[in-house]
Write a protein that binds this ligand. Structure first.
Ligand SMILES: Nc1ncnc2c1ncn2[C@@H]1O[C@H](COP(=O)(O)OP(=O)(O)OP(=O)(O)O)[C@@H](O)[C@H]1O
Ligand SMILES: [Mg+2]
Length: 281
């Protein structure tokens, strides 16, 4: 559905986004993960046709992004990083206005408002909305015309845990309907839960790209932590792929002295730090 090859772009004379290559299949959730300023939103702006001065290839549903026609937007939905709503209009009026820009049959605004808990406030002006309410409205605005491809830039940022859960459930429902989703986030848990594959982006470059599971398994070594009693409770750890060399563990096992063994895998966050040398959270 999306094909990016040798993509490069910079706002200045210095190279920034360089040698970006990836493909996203239909029905996949693909994550851009990276620290602030990494180029995630810039990449999303290229894919959604807002930046055209790039070199290389950025093809979305068989259309080269910089050569798109107006119909391009009939089939993509964008939830921008910063809400783009008319403050003087109510939520309902905003949806009506943005809906009028499409020639497709729209989804029912009522259902969408209900789904993100905004039904009660649908006739309030957006200027009276909280940050999280604006985020939720901006999100359903992207779903209004039922696009096949969704670009979501930090959709859960600024949301409380319950609203964030609702939004993640809606994202998974869209995937279940076969939609292709590009999700930009700083949040490792969200990425690990939602994304089929993720790209780690730092300083305008892709540093790793794979499924969260493969990234964790290929880069990080699982550990086990075991405890035993010797006048006091003692806790030791060793790498799971190295247990045959831990002679103390062998002796303890033989003497039935082990009190507990736990295994722990690295998290996607640990892997991000290992691969990029940067901390995200
Ligand atoms: N319109 C612009 N003109 C010039 N430079 C820009 C512009 N927009 C972004 N930049 C620069 O490009 C770099 C990447 O910005 P971008 O918004 O893509 O980062 P990001 O990964 O989305 O960060 P965040 O997580 O903070 O949203 C930054 O150094 C930023 O200052
Ligand atoms: Mg951004």
């Amino acid at each position: 559905m999306i094909k990016v090859k040798n993509l490069a772009f910079s706002y200045t004379k210095h190279p920034f986004l360089e040698n970006i290559n990836f493909e996203v299949d239909r029905g996949e959730i693909f994550g851009f993960l990276g620290p602030s300023g990494a180029g995630k939103s810039t990449l999303q702006k290229i894919l959604t046709g807002l930046i055209t001065a790039y070199s290389g290839m950025a093809v979305i549903d068989n259309v080269e992004s910089k050569e798109h026609k107006d119909t391009f937007y009939e089939n993509i939905g964008v939830d921008f990083e910063f809400p783009s709503l008319y403050e003087k209009l109510t939520a309902r009026q905003n949806l009506k206005f943005f809906g009028s820009l499409y020639s497709k049959k729209l989804r029912a605004s009522e259902d969408l408002l209900e789904r993100v808990g905004l039904s009660q406030d649908a006739d309030k002006r957006v200027s009276e909305y909280s940050k999280g309410m604006k985020s939720r409205l901006n999100f359903i605005k992207a779903l209004l015309h039922d696009p096949d491809i969704l670009f979501l830039d930090e959709p859960t940022s600024g949301l409380d845990p319950s609203n964030s859960r609702d939004m993640k459930d809606i994202i998974l429902e869209e995937k279940a309907k076969g939609k292709t989703i590009i999700l930009t986030t700083h949040n490792m848990q969200d990425a690990a839960e939602l994304c089929d594959r993720v790209a780690f982006i730092v300083g305008g470059k892709i540093k790793a790209l794979d499924t969260p599971h493969n990234l964790i398994m290929s880069k990080g070594a699982s550990k086990i932590v075991y405890t035993y009693y010797d006048r006091q409770e003692i806790s030791k750890e060793c790498f799971l792929n190295n247990t045959s060399e831990d002679l103390e563990l062998h002796a303890l096992l033989k003497a039935n002295k082990i009190r507990s063994i736990h295994s722990s895998e690295p998290t996607l966050n640990d892997i991000f730090i290992e691969v990029t040398g940067r901390v995200l959270q």
